[in-house]
Design a protein around this ligand. Sequence first.
Ligand code: AKG
Ligand code: FE2
Length: 227
Amino acid sequence: MTTGTNSEIPDNADQSGLKRVGRKVRERLAANPAAYKVPSEEVELYAIGDFMTPAECAKMMELIDATAKPSRVFDLEYSDGYRTSYSGDVDPHDPFVKKINRRIDDLLDIKPEYGETIQGQRYMPGQEFQAHHDWFHPDTSYWELEMKRGGQRSYTAMVFLNEVAAGGTTDFTDIGLSIDPKPGVLLAWNNADPEGITNLKTMHAGRPVLQGSKYIITKWYRTKKWF
Ligand SMILES: O=C(O)CCC(=O)C(=O)O
Ligand SMILES: [Fe+2]
């Protein structure tokens, strides 16, 4: 991994971009009394309560259901054992989705063009998203392509849309933090450390839903224009 201090070394790991986005979000959220910084030395993580109203959560869940194929066979075929939830893009041109999208951009003060489209996820009992990092690992087949189409994933924003009867917590497995889904709550975390180095400690999982269902939206930001 390069440090970016020597201009002859290309910043392949996107350190300067990650550092820049991280700083900007930090400044923005520090000035927002509604943003609660989750106490951790290792991961920069914030929670914002009531980011979406109950009516907005209900509407988003309807959109997720509308894009989700109801068939269980489809779900089984879709699943790769790693992320077993239904997952799909909600229509980015839908005026309501656009409104929520703009609100997240504004909350974090990240350029709208850095943002990937909002993803909806629906977990039924037994479904989960096993421990992973949202940032791209350099040893993967898609790393080079992704670096060219927006750079590294800088920030993650995620909103819980409903109360889960049992299970479905979001666990940051390396720092021993477990977060209960609370409708309307937005979580946002920096995938890098303040120096712009991708942070191993951001390892997290969507634990299996045991009872009921779990709906969330996720939005990932890059360090450059995403396309
Ligand atoms: O479902 C969760 O709690 C985690 C989702 C997640 O990690 C993601 O969408 O990247
Ligand atoms: Fe994730």
